[in-house]
Design a protein around this ligand. Sequence first.
Ligand code: NIG
Ligand code: FE
Length: 426
Amino acid sequence: MISADLVVAGCRELVTCAGALPKRGPEMRRIGAVENGWVASSGGTIVFAGTEEEFQAGVAPAPGAVTIDARGFVALPGFVDAHTHLPFAGDRAREFGLRIQGWTYQQLAERGMGIQTTVKATRAASLDDILALTLKRLDRMLLTGTTTAEAKSGYGLNLEDELKQLEALRQADILHPVDVVPTFMGAHDIAPEYRDRRGEYVRLLVETLIPEVGRRGLAEFFDVFCEPSAFSLEETRTLAAAAKAAGFKIKVHADEFVSLGGAELAAEAGAVSAEHLIAVSEEGISRLAAGDTAAILLPGVSFFLMMDKRAPARRLVDAGAAVALASDFNPGSSHICSMPFVLQLGVFTLGLTVEEAICACTANAAFAIRRHGAVGSLEPGKKMDLLLCDVPGHVSLAYEAGRNPVRTVIKNGKVVVEDGRRVAAR
Ligand code: NIG
Ligand code: FE
């Protein structure tokens, strides 16, 4: 018999998302739904997920084991938010007001606002300020079911302030139940003092920032905003090569607004992911489908920037790309950190099926940050990161639009949200 110290018993529907990763094409719809599903873990690791019968035949709760009655709930893997710009200071509510009056995101950026507004605020903030803001945001994310979050720096744009953001992420990962996966994004924009000397900023990144952040081991990924307003294809290639040499895995903000060939470049550079892809080309879609570079779509951006254009999610899924969804949580283009809302946007605005959207927010999202060995599905060997949602079935995760269905969050085998409220881990 398998011994367990935590049992989640009698879920109305258990959605495991188990199986080989990434899931592509029709596989994305096979989410492994089990009626009257049971899940058991030991020491924070899942030891069983299946039917009641299989549980009774194979699992023995250890003395003192905790049992959670999940009757009436749908159980899901904890959400993996594969793309956020979490550690920023300040907000851009004033600029949002201008956008409502008709200014575009790009027009604000051209006038020195946008990302640069947040760079000013983030540089002015202390490490403790940024840490406190990050922890508060992680609390919010946990309440909507995020148990693992990728998080990018990129509002410092010099060594000291990029390190400050990454150090806040390191501490937040230790202090908070949500697992934080750090990405160095010194190539988010040209630093303001290098505006007229962009080549020098690229050189600073290649010669100083990338090697120094690499040496300190403060980030696992390197990300670059490949867009005419930020870094060109050629600069992106140079930066990605330097980052690879310094030991980073590569991510690329690709084809967000302009079809530049960022997706093709990401595939060619062996990037872990190409992200955004609102303007991805047919060639870019084929390249992603043919390789292991995940396509992370961020439907919050088209929504938040009130754009008619959206990422071609259907074509990407049907072509066989490893499609994930994420929030892009940031103060300018997607001030959204709720994964249930992102899942709903995936269905309502990108044309994904509910099953595809669930897979894209869990298992494929874990693949897109290379954490699929540990999280993203409910199967033996993975972390016990599990959500209980009070919906009658998984379709209602989207059907009950605008709602947060997450009532219970278990992270690493500990209950951290109960009845929709944060509780001390137990
Ligand atoms: O993913 N594209 C670049 N970066 C963010 C926006 C950051 C900001 O506006 O502060 C994005 O959309
Ligand atoms: Fe982004």
